[in-house]
Design a protein around this ligand. Structure first.
Ligand code: PEP
Ligand code: MG
Length: 557
């Protein structure tokens, strides 16, 4: 019997390859190690810190772009003379190199934490350096994302969004994590990179380095030592998907109702790759992804350059750019996020402008300048809008910069209930089902134990989507969706049946969604939407819709 582990498939595609585990932090070095030659021991400690700096630079060079800058800043920290002196003093006091690194960097981190603010945010970087240097000194495996030498399946307890954004899509065949939820930003970034991924798979803890596994990123299964039949199945599914008929032209239902199919992007590289796909543009440009891990706020000029590159990639098409959505599980180091008991309910998204209004106005200035010199049709929207008043205030600010089409994301139930009033104050809304589910069900989107509540098929979530669509009908304004729900091919006809006018998703999801719409008429979509909302729970909503779905769609799901 081949062991099959189960989790939640969050990024489609099936792959097979050897496991590379993210090593855990090395154990704390003992206090009682003997030191024969303190001078040589201090030199070993210095060499380990230099080795960490070299490793970080190599990783940065391999990743390029913003990641290189982030890792260079961290490498410089490992080379900080004050830090080395602190470690050398501890060695002189009788500690081993590993113990001195542990104590020296731990106390340095505590001092930074005490200072707080910008320096406080460097603590995680320092802890990373400490673990890596101790690993070098003790021969333990280097923790964190390893430099991969061959295409592998990365297995981790969890992955931070900043680490996920650095994954090398050539070498990382797939990702499996023990924790994480279906709409955690880690899952989203993996999907964005087109890397098949399974999260919330606690049994992955038992997977050893080098084990051979097959990963099904749609079904959420990991087969250990996959038999030939599973490998053949992977090859057949990959081929069937490649051959799935893809209707040409813009997205539409079988009877010709237009539904704009758009892509979600987070970086310039994403945008350039996504521009190749036949979409009608970008429905969500997550600008904060450009700056994850950045220690200083990007200048207006720097932002203009990045936004212009994305707009140019989509010249002649629409680009919906979202202002920074920082906070909660996407903290930006250059924003002094206050200590909050519930960061997801705190000052995140548009709310950051209450404390740092210049971040928003600088960004709007940069967007306006980039848009003025490009042929893309630029729309701008704000994340985490809760009230019509907030929508009006944001629209006023954006219009003052000459941005003509301004919208609000609907991610908070209060905004969904008042969608018509939001739409009276701005030009469009886009539903972020990832957060809308989190807030409607009071279930943290990063908590794997609550994944069932975050299921996009939850009828209550569909009711909220229907309310927003109704607001769109009443005001005659467009209502799109850009949460992960839009990329589910079985749900896409339901969303169209509810009244949404555009669906925006990771580019990897486009062909399946385009096909799903092309095999159902608008009336069929409406029947599917009704059947989903009549269900009592997510599983029966899915089952009700499966019963109505066309055989052509079921054949390729
Ligand atoms: C959402 O919440 O659905 C959304 C699209 O925004 P993000 O996933 O970036 O929070
Ligand atoms: Mg969101």
């Amino acid at each position: 019997m081949h062991e099959v582990l189960r989790g939640i498939g969050v990024s489609p595609g099936a792959v097979a390859g050897p496991v590379v585990r993210l090593a855990p932090p090395p154990p704390e070095p003992p206090t009682d190690g003997a030191v024969a030659d303190p001078g040589a021991e201090a030199a070993r400690a210095g060499a380990a810190l230099a080795g960490v700096a070299e490793f970080l630079r190599a990783r940065g060079a391999a990743a390029g772009g913003a990641a290189e800058e982030v890792l260079e800043a961290q490498a410089m920290m490992a080379e900080d003379p004050e830090l080395r002196e602190r470690v050398a003093d501890l060695v002189a006091g009788g500690r081993t190199a590993a113990r001195a690194v542990h104590e020296g960097l731990t106390s340095y981190a505590a001092a930074l934490r005490e200072v707080g603010g910008y320096l406080g945010e460097r603590v995680a970087d320092l802890e990373d350096i400490r673990c890596r240097a101790i690993a070098l000194l003790t021969g333990a495996r280097m923790p964190g994302i390893p430099l991969l030498r061959r295409p592998s399946v990365l297995v981790a307890r969890d992955l931070a969004p900043a680490d996920t954004a650095l994954l090398d899509r050539e070498q990382v065949l797939g990702v499996v994590t023990e924790l994480g939820g279906p709409t955690s930003h880690t899952a989203i970034l993996a999907k964005q990179l087109g890397i098949p991924a399974v999260v919330a798979c606690p049994d992955a803890a038992a997977l050893d380095d080098g084990a051979h596994v097959a990963v099904d990123g749609s079904g959420g299964e990991i087969t250990v030592d996959p038999p030939d039949s599973v490998l053949a199945g992977i090859a057949a599914r990959t081929a069937a998907r490649a051959e799935r008929p893809e209707p040409p032209g813009p997205g539409r239902t079988a009877d010709g109702t237009p539904v704009a199919l758009l892509v979600n992007v987070g970086t310039v590289a994403d945008a350039r790759a996504a521009a190749e796909a036949p979409s009608e543009g970008v429905g969500l440009f997550r600008t904060e992804v450009l700056y994850l891990g950045r220690t200083s706020a990007p200048s207006v000029g720097e932002q203009v350059e990045a936004y212009r590159a994305v707009f140019e990639a989509f010249a002649g098409r629409k680009v919906v750019i979202r202002t920074l959505d920082a906070g909660a599980d996407k903290p930006l180091p250059f924003i002094d996020h206050a200590q909050e008991a519930n960061p997801a309910l705190g000052v995140r998204g548009l709310r950051v402008a209450r404390r740092r209004p210049e971040l928003l106005t600088d960004q709007l200035a940069a967007i306006a300048e980039a848009a003025s010199s490009c042929a893309a049709e630029v729309w701008v929207m704000a994340p985490m809008v809760s009230t019509p008043g907030e929508a009006a205030e944001f629209a006023g600010k954006a219009r003052a910069f000459g941005l003509p089409t301004v919208g609000a994301m609907v991610e908070v139930p209060a905004a969904a209930l008042r969608a018509a009033q939001l739409l009276e104050r701005c030009d469009f809304v886009s539903i972020g089902t990832n957060d809308l589910a989190q807030y409607a069900f009071a279930a943290d989107r990063t908590t794997s134990a609550l994944a069932d509540l975050l299921d996009v098929w939850q009828p209550a979530l569909l009711d909220l989507v229907a309310t927003v669509a109704d607001g769109g009908r009443r005001t005659g304004r467009p209502v799109g969706i850009c949460g992960e729900a839009a990329g589910d091919p079985l749900l896409a006809p339901v969303l169209v049946g509810l009244g949404l006018t555009s669906l925006s998703m990771a580019p990897a999801c486009l062909p399946a969604v385009r096909h799903a719409l092309s095999v159902h008429t608008l009336d069929e979509c409406r029947d599917m939407a009704k059947a989903a909302r009549e269900a009592d729970d997510a599983a029966s909503a899915r089952e009700n819709v499966r019963r109505l779905a066309s055989p052509e769609l079921l054949a390729v799901l």
